[in-house]
Design a binder for this molecule. Sequence first.
Ligand code: Q0Z
Length: 293
Amino acid sequence: MPALPHIASGKVREIYEVDSEHLLFVATDRISAYDVILNQLIPDKGKVLAGLSLHFFDLLDTPNHLVSTDLSGVDGLSEDELDDMKGRAMVVRRAQVIPVECVVRGYLYGSSWREYRDGGGPTTEHLPPGLKLADRLPEPIFTPATKATTGHDENITESETRNLLGDDLYEELRKRSVDIYLRASEHAAKKGVILADTKFEFGFAGDELLLIDEVLTPDSSRYWPADEWVPGRDVPSFDKQYVREWLDTTDWDHSPPPPDLPDDIVEGTRTRYVEAYDRITGASFADYLARAG
Ligand code: Q0Z
């Protein structure tokens, strides 16, 4: 752990303080499956996720928290820490986090499918009847959620969200989130990848509304290989299906502790992440690593 003040720990990310206006945002190689952090690291997974966020910050050109990937100006990191963080860390603008997860869905899956199937819920307010699991929606929907302090995000209705944010901020977040989803999903579609849904976070730095956190990574998004999408059926996720399928061969009940991953499953999972980077960005992860040093 670096000697910087630690601000927050996520399942697979860490945040440190650089100064009053800047944070160091670090993607680790930790992986979770079935909501449990596994015992093994996936080499380079954090760099794949950081590389994808950087790809989309660049592509989207929407106001965001990225300041720099150059860590040489960050005091208090040892040579070893600088080396470990290459390619996985960014200096970002510290923002006042808006306490709503801005989820956009283009397909009916996950918690939204379960609400729909079970008679409706916050995410299904604006959906027509007759949809099947994994159907493409008539248009993308904005389905905000709140960060529950324990466990899962909780989907909230449009009126609950408007009451939390006010109508003006609600409209601005909805418009920006759906716009980013549409542009990213068109980009992914050209590579044979479906962006089924994704989750954004925003924050204010002064009066500027910034896209913060990780963006359009496999951890914040549901990416499907387009040729494996069949409406009415479960769709395998790009990144985690491989490790989930191995976990399913064990008798693990999804409560901690999880079983140890064999080396070949770790390696196969790494390969899936690298393939996701190459396919979604149209660039080469080997080049990204070489550039990151
Ligand atoms: C994001 C999170 C993580 C745990 C705080 N630019 C920003 N300014 C202020 N706060 C944040 C950001 Cl990104 C911020 N999170 C979510 C991320 C570990 C929690 F890496 N928390």
